[in-house]
Design a protein around this ligand. Structure first.
Ligand SMILES: Nc1ncnc2c1ncn2[C@@H]1O[C@H](COP(=O)(O)OP(=O)(O)OP(=O)(O)O)[C@@H](O)[C@H]1O
Ligand SMILES: [Mg+2]
Length: 508
């Protein structure tokens, strides 16, 4: 007779039910696992065997077959250890099988029978809740599972031994409680930045509307500094967004102690990052940086130093808000709606355009360096500004006077974001919270330029041969400028300012 235990496999951030079936039959002693297991699942045999011995159970000297159904779905990861061990124990009569059929079981076993943390508990618990099941998971992942809802039955235990005790009613494991990550105190503040009024304004606009943003300037101008302070002016995640962000972090195994955070993610991959690291994929089709930055910021510092193909692989997620990773037998989709922030020097020596400086290689220096970034990639950037260096003399001359602090900028950003959210909610635009995320149809409906603005747009479009995408993106930035100033209508000044951030770019 075969016994079975339910667990899950992951397709993107979706947990798909998987049945772990075990049969013990007379015959040559063998332990086989079938059903498209990857290497980690295959190695499960050794861990399960050792953990059972450590818990006082020896495997029978019989033919043991484990089948992971459905057989055509690839099974990856180490979380199959625990369901395989439980199915074996049920087949051996060590625990009653019917106690477990209302649970999804996930966990990795250590050789001494302890249950170690595994990625993906949050999506698994949400799937379990949807099917009116409970979840059995490692104690370390309990707080994560608890986010799935107050009514879900959770057994979060330290070891196989503790689990058996819990099931027998000898020692009941406490129900875990959802935990929220504590806010980071004393984070970087915009007040640290002296001068750079234009860059600060552009950063505020980008934050308010969720626009993609590029800073170009000489070394030491404060570009990286500005970008790192963007999270300090962004509004916190709402509960829905927080859950989406945490599901991806859970799959990637980056949730700290199972605690969820309402801070927007800020990811800054190094420029040596590979395509798989950035958009996802590779051996286990894990989410990439662009998905880990979902609902937050993807910061690409030293933009031209990234491999051109790697940058271009971001074009599709930047447009569609998701990445699709093709695998041999399936497609995996991850959400990836990010705000892109990038910083670069104007040329290899870093000083092109600075008064009094001539590059040794002349104009070619800047042209070659900037040429590493493709036109279509640049077309996706809404706001481009030059960040000139602030001289040390300037900084001393200012008497160390501070700029405006993040808290007051954040209040203006929050106001503008609320206006956007309310507007798109009233229009019934599902999942659209910022101007940047609005579709072209919606943006045309909410920006109605007057005759003068129209004429200005037409002149700019002809003179700089703006693409249709560029046109819509100018409208989006203009809408944000109007929202920031609390204006219902998008006026000519808004259009003109939005164009100024864009045309800068075509001139590069
Ligand atoms: N506007 C500023 N106000 C205060 N400090 C500044 C400012 N600009 C630069 N600095 C100082 O210069 C340092 C370097 O700044 P940052 O790393 O942001 O430069 P960058 O523009 O990113 O340069 P690079 O192109 O070399 O990466 C900062 O750590 C800070 O000490
Ligand atoms: Mg820098």
């Amino acid at each position: 007779m075969a016994t079975s235990i339910a667990t899950v496999a992951f397709e993107g951030i979706r947990a798909v039910p998987v049945d772990v079936q075990v049969q013990i039959s007379p015959g040559f002693p063998r332990f086989n696992i079938v059903g498209l297991p990857d290497k980690a699942v295959g190695e499960s045999r050794e861990r399960v065997r050792a953990a059972l011995i450590a818990s006082g159970l020896a495997l029978p000297a019989k033919h043991i077959s484990v089948n992971l159904a459905p057989a055509d779905l690839p099974k990856e990861g180490s979380h199959y250890d625990l369901p395989i061990a439980l199915a074996l124990m049920a087949a051996m009569g060590a625990i009653p099988a019917d106690m477990l059929d209302k649970y999804f079981v996930l966990g990795e076993l250590a050789l001494d029978g302890r249950i170690s943390r595994v990625p993906g508990i949050l999506p698994a618990a949400i799937a379990a809740n949807g099917e009116e099941r409970g979840i059995i998971c490692p104690a370390a992942c309990g707080p994560e599972a608890a986010w799935a809802g107050g009514e879900i039955d959770i057994i979060a235990v330290e070891s196989l031994f503790a689990l058996v005790n819990h099931l027998a009613g000898r020692q009941i494991a406490a129900r875990p409680v959802p935990q929220k990550a504590l806010a980071v105190e004393g984070e970087e503040d915009l007040a640290d930045i002296k001068g750079q009024e234009l860059a600060r304004r552009a950063l505020e606009i980008a934050a308010a509307g969720g626009h993609n943003f590029l800073m170009v300037g000489p070394p030491g101008a404060g570009k990286s500094m500005l970008a790192q302070r963007l999270p300090s002016i962004l509004p916190p995640l709402d509960p829905r967004e927080m859950l989406d962000v945490s599901m991806i972090a859970s799959i990637a195994g980056t949730l700290r102690n199972g605690a969820l955070s309402d801070r927007r993610p800020f990811r800054a991959p190094h420029h040596s990052a590979s395509m798989a690291a950035l958009v996802g994929g590779g051996h286990n089709a894990r989410p990439g940086e662009v998905s880990l930055a979902h609902n937050g910021v993807l910061f690409l510092d030293e933009l031209p130093e990234f491999q051109p193909q790697v940058l271009d692989s971001l074009r599709q997620p930047l447009e569609s808000g998701q990445t699709v990773i093709a695998r041999a037998n399936a497609k995996v989709t991850y959400p990836a709606r990010v705000q892109l922030v990038a910083a670069m020097n104007p040329c290899k020596c870093g000083m092109a355009g600075t008064p009094g400086h001539t590059c040794r290689r002349g104009d070619k220096c800047a042209a070659d360096y900037q040429g590493r970034i493709s036109g279509p990639f640049l077309d996706r950037i809404d706001i481009r500004i030059d960040v000139p260096a602030v001289s040390a003399a300037d900084m001393i001359g200012r008497g160390g006077g501070e700029g405006e602090a993040s808290a007051s900028v954040a209040a203006r950003v929050a106001r503008a974001r609320k206006i956007q959210r309310d507007r798109y909610l009233a229009l019934g635009a599902e999942g659209v919270f910022t101007n940047a995320a609005a579709s072209s149809r919606i943006i045309e409906a909410v920006v109605d330029p007057d005759a003068e603005s129209r004429a200005l747009l037409l002149r700019a479009a002809e003179a700089f041969s703006l693409s249709a995408r560029a046109y819509h993106r100018v409208l989006k930035v203009a809408r944000t400028l109007a929202d920031l100033s609390g204006s219902e209508a998008v006026k000519k000044t808004h259009i003109a300012e939005a164009l100024s951030y864009r045309l800068n770019m075509t001139a590069a």
